[in-house]
Design a protein around this ligand. Structure first.
Ligand SMILES: [Zn+2]
Ligand SMILES: [Zn+2]
Length: 256
């Protein structure tokens, strides 16, 4: 069951989400102004190699915030102009709340929130993740080189970063994002294939469909419905949700 959170409990649980993140951390807050304490927690997480995604919106970052954030090596920063949602999560827990990140240490505001544990409510967790995915897709990724700029930020973020640029050969933005969010969901690497659409997904014979295909499959729920790809090797093969491996992968697994 989701847990209701008061102001204090919200702040406490957001802090815990940062403290207990294992690999990934996603923080969504329109107003981004970090208290010393909050930045300290982020800095510790960064030191532990936690990949952090921050999405903010509304106001442009102050130059000193930008400089501070630039010290976090594993941070990806996104700007979403019409962001109003506030949501904080790691692999296991999520807080959806009225509390902005800058209000974290402010105990005067009256806030509310809910704590959702992935283990208890995997469906709600997934739905919220899907919405986050959509928010990040609609956001602009900040170019890190701008963060080191000595110039005070005058133009809007949009003017400064017309389009994200990536070096050839690097994985595309949407793939990085998909990987980040999927591995938060699962805590695993994307080392297998969706048996319906061939997208990369985490290896799991019991869940051989990607999220999108899973929901289409679930409308009918037919485990013997014929699919196109082997979950393990990704080769073209007649598979089903119950039997997601091609014969050679199946034999390999069986003989292990
Ligand atoms: Zn799929
Ligand atoms: Zn195979």
């Amino acid at each position: 069951m989701a847990e209701f959170l008061t102001t204090q409990a919200t702040a406490y649980n957001i802090e815990n989400i940062i403290l207990h993140s294992k690999q990934k951390l996603v923080l969504i807050s329109p107003y981004l102004q970090l208290s010393k304490n909050f930045f300290g927690r982020l800095n510790d997480a960064d030191g532990r190699g936690i990949e952090t995604v921050i999405v903010y919106g509304k106001d442009e970052l102050k130059p000193n915030e930008r400089t501070r954030l630039s010290k976090l090596k594993n941070l990806s920063l996104f700007f979403c102009e019409n962001l109003h949602a506030k949501c904080y999560f790691n692999e296991d827990e999520m807080v959806i709340t009225s509390m902005n990140m800058y209000e974290f240490s402010e105990k005067n505001n009256r806030e509310m929130g809910v704590l959702i544990k992935r283990q208890d409510e995997p469906e709600i967790f997934k739905e919220a993740m899907r919405e986050v995915q959509s928010i990040v897709k609609a956001s602009i990724k900040e170019d890190r080189s701008y963060e080191f700029s000595q110039q005070p930020a005058r133009t809007s973020v949009r003017d400064k970063i017309p389009t994200p640029t990536y070096n050839a050969g690097k994985p595309s933005f949407s793939n990085i994002l998909k990987g980040t969010l999927s591995s938060i969901l699962t805590g695993e690497k994307l080392d297998a294939y969706c048996i319906r659409c061939h997208d990369r997904i985490p290896i799991d014979s019991f869940h051989p469909l990607c999220d999108e295909c899973y929901w289409v499959w679930a409308e009918y729920g037919n485990s013997d419905y014929s699919e196109h790809w082997c979950h393990y090797c990704g080769r073209e093969s007649k598979t089903t949700k119950d039997k997601p491996l091609c014969s050679s992968c199946f034999n390999m697994v069986r003989n292990r």
